[in-house]
Design a protein around this ligand. Sequence first.
Ligand code: UDX
Length: 423
Amino acid sequence: MKISVIGAGYVGLVTASCLAELGHSIDLIEIDQEKAEMILAGISPINEPGLDDLLSKHISHNLRVITNYNEVHKSKLSFVCVGTPQMIDGNTDLSMIKAVSKSLGTALSMHDQDHVVIVKSTVPPGTTEGLISSIILGYTGDTENKIKFAMNPEFLREGQAITDFMNPDRIIIGCTEQYVGDTVASVYSGLNAPVMRTAPTVAEMIKYASNALLAMKISFSNEIGNICKRLDIDVYDVMRGVGMDHRISPHFLNAGVGFGGSCFPKDIMSLIKVAESLGENPVLLKSVIKVNEQQPLRMVEMLEKRAGPLAGKVVAVLGLAFKNDTDDVRDSRALPVIKELLRRGALVRAYDPLAIPNMSKIIPDIEYCESTAEALKDADVCLIMTEWPEFGELDCEFDLMRGKIIIEGRKILKCGRAEGICW
Ligand code: UDX
């Protein structure tokens, strides 16, 4: 099928490459010329295992990268994959969604083709049928009812996005007409996954509710962990037992310094704002965020309790990415920790296998090291912030430190020389 994918961010790039792998003919529309050229040269602007291989396999064959909407009407479908970041007040920034709708509407108004616009971006309930369709139909007029809309959320984890795309737990298709749903479902006919058909607003809400529930599992584990620590009980043993109940499942119960990344913090905040705009006070969702904001500060407080005032102390921070296998530092728990360390006058030395270039754009004035050994040498204390497997093997490297205090925000060290934030 000929398909346009709009936006070459995490979701768009992975979607375009995987749809090409499934045998479709893809036009990836990216208005940033520099980014488009990079992808055309086979260089992925993001670090995602397996993506480079898919790009080099399909670019110039069945995956084109283009910087305008001139030929979008030749595609049967277009997937909207642009970002919906969080604004300072917590509301969702829909400016990129609006800009794409305008461009799509303008391009489609010049032709007379059937077309399905499929929203993959995470958007507040009502956006597909309200904002997006009204902007596009405002341009096209669409008296013959040729343009249809669907909502098809993504559930891709960074670092595993290609595997997640190819092996989904479920495919959610929100649309109002049976044959539109059939067309969207046929895109995925090469995958072995249950398909749920529903209304667009339900599909939009499924994405928010899924992320909120997963984030809640993490904040719940963290809160139980904070209590367990006081009672000298290992929260990992507790959660292993809890997770054996099939109604709960063993996944996403790892206590630690909290969740980061491009989805959980912003999506839960967006859902809170949606609720508040309706006159609701979603206390449970607010608590999920509150626990997540407190955990990093607890870590610094614990460090000060063990090591004394942090002013002038050299703190080795291992891990900057919001999780392992990514260079993404968006909402990483290392951010509030480093800011608090600096506020307390500590000297921060940081190492991460991938995320130093991204972190140094946000916090330029700390010392970045090329190895764990360099970060640990003569450090007074050490904080472990990301679950990189290579940190799990550290042991004698800690002998390079001046002091002995090591605190883990992720349970990863095998040598048993660290104290856990809540275990
Ligand atoms: C998440 C969702 O999993 C995905 O379905 C959605 O589409 C986008 O958001 P992602 O942000 O890539 O994916 O990462 P994920 O693996 O879910 O981890 C998010 C954060 O939670 C990380 O900071 C991770 O360290 C933390 N986490 C995860 C925990 O603290 N404990 C856990 O048990 C699991």
